[in-house]
Ligand binder design. Structure first.
Ligand code: ATP
Length: 367
């Protein structure tokens, strides 16, 4: 059992740089929690505070029921895998993995059995006698993970462990780490700036920006119900499209801007009457446009110019323009459009997002 709990944790560097600002977060036993956010958002600092590599300026960190604020890293029963995995070049794979156990004065037989067991788990059995320079990038990263596993820690911490690998290997290792999580049933905290890694690996995802947590949710809920415009734009690729406009009442509630107007679905409009006249940002994901309408109303459509077509194989991305706005949609590859075509699109109204332009908060995620 290993739960990690942060209570109002802050980190201030040099008495002025607030890297982490009153973060409160519970990572449950056996959970795979991803911390994600743009560069400088404070995710690595948060992880390093859990590891004990960075002093905490304020707040408390618990591992299970133990307050670990003043406990040195080696006594926290955690293992960390870094982006720069820094294996010892003069040692074999076996020796690299055994090193931490030797330092902790484990018996020889215990070390051998743990390293061999870990080698089996990670598919390194045939490489135990090789030195790091005789390994591929993915194999080296696996040894770095192995070094963490042999210790059987309560909690694993990963800091962008895949960012030095090429794209294909990254996908492979992503799957391997997910499988490892299932096999070891360990608590894992994983830092990345890559939202695809976050979405594919996390049981839950914590989205951070400017040292603050914006949302903690499962991947599916984060995608469907982002609490603000930042989260909505950060999660999803290609990113959500945003259109500025306002809410007006004309028998029903409409979102209106220079280029188009759409009718807000009934179940949302009741709650939005009070927002009438406000400056609003409409959010529509690239997959929520279609060229065929199941509805007859003309005003739920957008006319747009096709500027670029990107064929991705399984789908196409179309880069489009209305009067004052660029946006992007996903379509099936067989779609019959050409550059410079003027096309008419319909928005899937069930999946729209609306944000207050001033505060960026979602007006519908909590309805
Ligand atoms: P990245 O993805 O670029 O690694 P991050 O989200 O992990 O970014 P942190 O490394 O946690 O961000 O940094 C958060 C903030 O704290 C940044 O503004 C950074 O410049 C600052 N910072 C980090 N380490 C130090 C330090 N040792 N001294 C001063 N400022 C620091």
């Amino acid at each position: 059992m290993a739960e990690v709990r942060l209570e109002n944790v802050s980190k201030i560097f040099n008495e002025r740089i607030k890297a982490v600002d009153e973060v409160s977060l519970t990572i449950h036993d056996k959970e795979f929690m991803v911390l994600v956010g743009p560069s400088g958002c404070g995710k690595s600092t948060t992880l390093r505070m859990v590891a004990g590599l960075e002093e905490i300026s304020a707040g408390k960190i618990f591992i299970d029921d133990d307050l670990v604020n003043d406990i040195p890293p080696k006594d926290r029963d955690i293992a960390m895998v870094f982006q720069n995995y820094a294996l010892y070049p003069h040692m074999t794979v076996f020796e690299n993995m055994a090193f931490g156990l030797k330092l902790r004065k484990f018996r020889k037989e215990e070390i051998k059995s743990r390293v061999e067991e870990t080698g089996d788990i990670l598919g390194l059995q045939d490489l135990l006698d090789r030195r790091p320079k005789e390994l591929s990038g993915g194999q080296r990263q696996r040894v770095a993970v192995g070094r963490a596993i042999v210790r059987k820690p309560k909690v694993f911490l990963f800091d962008e462990p895949l960012s030095n690998l090429d794209a294909k290997l990254r996908v492979q290792m992503r799957v391997e780490i997910s499988k490892l999580h299932q096999k070891l049933e360990a608590t894992m905290i994983y830092v990345t700036h890559d939202q695809v890694e976050a979405m594919t690996m996390g049981d839950r995802i914590t989205v951070m920006k400017d040292g603050i947590i914006h949302q903690v949710e499962s991947p599916a809920n984060l995608y469907a119900k982002p609490v603000n415009k930042f989260v909505a734009g950060f999660i999803g690729s290609p990113a959500m499209n945003f259109f500025s406009g306002e809410l007006v009442e004309n028998g029903t509630i409409l979102f209106k801007n220079k280029s188009f107007e759409i009718q807000i679905p009934g179940h949302l409009s009741k709650n939005l009457i009070k927002e009438k006249g406000k400056k609003i940002v409409l959010g529509v994901r690239p997959e929520d446009f279609s060229m065929q309408s199941s509805e007859k109303e003309e005003y739920n459509s957008i006319e747009a110019l096709v500027e670029v077509i990107e064929p991705m194989g399984s789908e196409n991305y179309l880069y489009l323009r209305t009067d004052d706005q660029n946006f992007i949609i996903r379509t099936v590859p067989s779609i019959n459009v050409k550059i410079n075509d003027q096309i008419k699109l319909y928005i899937n109204l069930e999946n729209i997002h609306l944000f207050d332009e001033k505060s960026s908060a979602s007006l519908i995620s909590l309805l």
